[in-house]
Design a protein around this ligand. Structure first.
Ligand code: SF4
Ligand code: SF4
Length: 247
């Protein structure tokens, strides 16, 4: 995001909308002694919130073209942007919420989402790499339909040109056998100690009474789970179900 200083009146309205605290008054006053606002391009994640808020009375905010790899910022941070790789808007896959199309979460497996950069911190992909390299060391495969996975190479390494890009947040997404979850949690705890950002951890599991009390199990592992009820109604059918219905 940029601000056209010739239009900006320095009213400061946009500052309050910035998710990253990236807008400030420029250090030196202009010859006419009016302040203007500037965007720190390194801190800005191109989320577009300041522009969409529509609060600028001078129409001074604008989005310059963002060629690769700068484009990574907007595609992960602006909910209206579409990822070229997956054509899925947003940061993770819808299936984390619905499990409707792929049946990805089977009994005995746990879905894991590591939501990096939330809340209000942002994450450099070099920090995301600390997590993905650790998981690769465990032999974990990341969800191929998650837009982040297209930026991860062998050994969990982030593409070199993407490492210094900052996003509002992104989700490292994978499925692991239930009995291997403690291994993955230990790996994430080690990475957390080295990260210059925050993350929250989502665990997704089919309701299965035979598996026992998952919350109690996690507490025994030293975790503090916050069970969260959320209903997402999917509109899709699993491919095998669809083909059965059509024959
Ligand atoms: S695009 Fe987002 S991060 Fe950048 S200045 Fe606007 S609100 Fe702040
Ligand atoms: S809202 Fe517009 S005019 Fe006011 S400081 Fe921001 S860019 Fe400048």
């Amino acid at each position: 995001m940029r601000i056209d200083s010739s239009r900006c009146s320095g009213c400061g309205t946009c500052h309050g909308f910035c998710t990253m605290g990236a807008i400030s008054f420029e250090a030196a006053a202009r010859p006419d002694r009016r302040l203007a606002s500037v965007v720190d391009e390194e801190s800005c994640v191109d989320c577009g919130v300041c522009l969409r808020a529509g609060g600028c009375p001078e129409d001074a905010l604008f989005e310059p073209p963002a060629p690769w790899p700068r484009s990574i910022r907007g595609t992960f941070s602006n909910p209206l942007a579409e990822h070229k790789e997956t054509r899925v808007p947003g940061r993770g896959t819808e299936e984390m919420k619905t499990n409707d199309l792929t049946g990805r979460y089977r009994p005995g497996f746990v879905g894991v989402g590591v939501e990096m950069g939330r809340p209000n911190t942002g994450a450099y992909l070099r920090d995301v790499e600390r997590v993905t390299v650790g998981l690769a060391g465990l032999g974990v495969s990341l969800e191929p339909r998650n837009p982040l996975t297209s930026l991860i190479g062998p050994g969990g390494r982030v593409l070199p040109e993407a490492r210094d890009q900052k996003v509002l947040s992104c989700i490292v997404e994978f499925v692991i056998q239930r009995e291997r979850l403690p291994e993955a949690l230990s790996c994430l705890a080690r990475a957390a100690a080295e990260l210059d950002t925050v993350f929250s951890l989502d665990l997704v599991e089919l309701a299965d009474p035979a598996a026992g009390d998952t919350a109690a199990w996690l507490r025994a592992l030293g975790e503090l789970p916050y069970p969260n009820g959320k209903t997402n109604v999917g509109l899709g059918r699993r491919p095998e179900q669809a083909s059965r219905e059509e024959t």
